[in-house]
Design a protein around this ligand. Sequence first.
Ligand SMILES: Nc1ncnc2c1ncn2[C@@H]1O[C@H](COP(=O)(O)OP(=O)(O)OP(=O)(O)O)[C@@H](O)[C@H]1O
Ligand SMILES: [Mg+2]
Length: 355
Amino acid sequence: MTELNAIALEGVVKEYLSHGEVVQAVKGITLDIAEGEFFSLLGPSGCGKTTTMRMIAGFEEPSKGVVRLHGQDVTNVPPNKRDVNMVFQSYALFPHMSVWDNVAFGLKQRKTPQAEIKQRVGEMLEIVDLAGREKRRPREMSGGQQQRVALARALVNRPRALLLDEPLGALDLKLRQAMQIELKRIQREVGITFVYVTHDQSEALTMSDRIAVMNDGLVEQLAGPREIYERPATAFVAGFIGTSNLLAGTASGGTLELGGGKVLVPDRDGPVTVTVRPEKITISTDKPGGDVSAVPGTVAEVVYLGTYNSYAVSLADGAEVTVFQQNAHDSTTTAERGDSVWLSWQARHSYAIGS
Ligand SMILES: Nc1ncnc2c1ncn2[C@@H]1O[C@H](COP(=O)(O)OP(=O)(O)OP(=O)(O)O)[C@@H](O)[C@H]1O
Ligand SMILES: [Mg+2]
């Protein structure tokens, strides 16, 4: 299967020399991206996402390691000889050119026959839903429309892979969400590999087939959105993706005693950190029976958030646990600040994680 991967990184490292000091922007990344996959690099500012993309595109040469496109070693191949196109963090359209000319630019450069340009540009504007706006200038269009022109301009060259570096960064939330759905549709329609960079976890979860969560130049976890959310591999991933509770202690015989309660950690002995998502926890006044994790605490804060309430509950050992409870029924009795409560959840909803 390795030969068929659209993109492969093998032990890729990027070092910069900055004021006489070596800075490692990327510290050794190995990953495969399948043909036709929507693959995201997700991580906080400065973790090495753009640097990784620039090495895939060929704008940056790795200090160590190999980059392969469709099985072929392209580590030393210049960008214009690689079958990928990149849409940058700040996409720049040609302001003096019409939408049509912006999109046709690459094809004209390559002396594509006039009739073919007409057909391909028309087709692409159709796909990004901008047919009828050919004559406009970029400044006569909204941010989302300009973004779609930038996308069409890259896609019209029919690259085998498209690299998108925070392409929606400049847009407001509403437009961003609309464009996320658009992008996903466009990717399905053209069927090419998308590598997408974002520091927005909800964006990555919405769009990706798989996500590489990056931290400080390394990949901490590489998996599908559900897996990343439900089974975070490290404390960093658990904290970066959504809200998560971390409970630490020493387990004995698969049980972690915690402030007068117990957390089930099957098959674990010794020091352990356990993660549990806020929406998996149930709040009750009475101690729950059965084979569940259950810890007592005091409600410190209740925040009404429309479709759900968010509770901050203090445990006896000082830890604070966040609980989301949906406002699904009128009958839901809600706990109030100062109430003594029990928090409980199924054993399968907590995971022992690495450091
Ligand atoms: N040309 C350079 N010279 C020195 N250091 C650099 C250079 N380019 C990037 N870096 C450093 O490498 C690290 C990774 O940078 P990179 O641009 O890849 O981060 P990023 O994940 O894309 O961040 P953001 O989300 O802010 O765009 C940062 O610490 C950055 O300061
Ligand atoms: Mg960046």
